[in-house]
Design a protein around this ligand. Structure first.
Ligand SMILES: *Cc1c(COP(=O)(O)O)cnc(C)c1O
Length: 431
């Protein structure tokens, strides 16, 4: 290959893999195995002691999953990655890898409903306090910080407001105090690379755009390799004090021979080992297939969503359209600054006629699927007010001021005229 560093579109197809040395297989093989034969007793001992990296047991690592991890790390511009069973596991581990009982993190209020529940209830029950702050003022993160704050957390393009998070501003505030920013980039792969703006960790629900086919649940955590975890050992005790569960290893030291990967190494050998939310090799294979086309799909998602947003904005039954292209002021500035690859595939809108009109619209859709998901190649819709399994947390719904007539669309990669035709006939049926 040439001297030029491959672009993300190329990395999505190639990174982390060239034909299988044993068979020549070009597609990544599915290594559906639980365990791996050690060469001899010394080999086993050196793997367990982390003197040598290698396969031990599929709960901790797997050759198929390894390709997925290398590919997302390359695509994101990070140092290394860890695949886990779901996006939920990725966000939980991303936090638990730094914070333990008595610690806190500061999070944006603008969160996916599942993450909100995890933070407000389950992590709280585990003794990890999540302090929710309004992301429209980055200084809110500083104000909520104290000596026990271990991380900041936010989503690049959160529902339902679709207002892009001020990544560089909050990352810089955190870095002054040795606090890393964890970004959930689920809604904006390729459109935004949070490491370029100072984030230290990126998490994904690979279930969504990265997979794109709607076949497989999965999560990814990417270590930017750009954060000095040892700079303030008191701030990050889990990475800087001897770990009794791993014969006294200090992760910032143990990782040194392997690269700037202390964070993701601990997540793998402690959290994945002990809590066990491993991705199956089959799902890793499926997600690799998805990532190969994600760059092209994101282009089409963005183009179609922009078309839907401008179409809805002109429709008399629609009272409000929520999409970065319809924003102005600070929100628009942030969208233009951080979503350099396009405004994403999500579009929200509000219907005159409230909750009943929203229900009639959803029930009339024929092309769109009515599902609790986003990022599929197919167009999807949900009316959060009429579902209990809402992807929109209640607090956020109230805070964002979206009305009961709010409908969320995840625009697929079909032909734009078929998408608009389905929306138009459903809007007509809603009134
Ligand atoms: C879906 C989603 C998650 C959770 O991912 P799962 O794969 O469903 O566990 C986390 N964050 C965002 C932004 C999501 O859309």
């Amino acid at each position: 290959m040439s001297e030029q560093r491959p672009r993300p579109e190329t990395l999505a197809v190639h990174a982390g893999w060239r034909a299988d040395p044993a068979t020549g297989s070009v597609a990544v093989p599915i290594h559906q195995t639980t365990s791996y034969q050690f060469r001899d007793a010394e080999h086993a001992a050196s793997l367990f002691a982390l003197q040598e990296m290698g396969n031990i047991y599929t709960r901790i690592m797997n050759p198929t999953t390894d390709v997925l991890e290398k590919r997302i790390a390359a695509l994101e511009g990070g140092a290394a990655a860890l695949a886990v069973a779901s996006g939920q596991a990725a966000s939980a581990y991303a936090v638990q890898n730094l914070a333990r009982a008595g610690d806190n993190i500061v999070s944006s209020t603008a969160l996916y409903g599942g993450t909100y529940n995890l933070f407000a209830n389950t992590l709280k029950d585990q003794g990890i306090e999540v302090r929710f702050v309004d992301p429209s003022d980055p200084e809110n993160f500083r104000r909520a910080t104290d000596d026990r704050t271990r991380a900041y957390y936010a989503e690049t393009l959160p529902n339902p407001k679709l207002e892009v998070f001020p990544i560089a501003e909050v990352a810089a505030i955190g870095r002054e105090a040795a606090i890393p920013l964890i970004m959930d980039n689920t809604a904006a792969p390729l459109l935004c690379r949070p490491f370029d703006h100072g984030a230290a960790v990126v998490v994904y629900s690979a279930t969504k755009y990265l997979g794109g086919h709607g076949t497989s649940i999965g999560g990814l955590i990417v270590d930017g390799g750009n954060f000095d975890w040892a700079a303030d050992p008191v701030r990050q005790p889990l990475l800087n004090t001897p770990d009794p569960s791993y014969h006294g290893a200090v992760w910032t030291e143990a990782a040194k021979p392997l690269g700037p990967i202390a964070y993701i190494l601990r997540a793998r050998v402690i959290l994945l080992r002990d809590l066990g939310a491993a991705m199956s090799p089959f799902n890793a294979f499926q997600l690799i297939q998805g990532i190969e086309t994600v760059a092209l799909r994101m282009e089409r998602h963005c183009a179609n969503a922009a078309g839907v947003a401008s179409h809805l904005a002109q429709h008399p039954a629609v009272t409000r359209v929520i999409h970065p292209s319809q924003q102005d002021g600070e929100a628009r500035t942030l969208a233009d600054r951080y979503l350099t690859g396009g405004h994403g595939g999500l579009v929200g809108f509000e219907l005159a006629g409230g909750i009943e009109a929203g229900r009639r619209f959803i029930n009339a859709l024929q092309l769109f699927y009515h599902v609790a998901n986003i990022g599929d190649a197919r167009s999807l819709a949900i009316h959060p007010s009429s579902t209990t399994h809402s992807q929109l947390n209640e607090a956020e719904q109230r805070a964002s001021g979206v009305s009961p007539g709010y409908v969320r669309l995840s625009i697929g990669i079909e032909h734009i005229s078929d998408i608009l035709a389905d929306i138009d006939q459903a809007l007509a049926a809603a009134h």
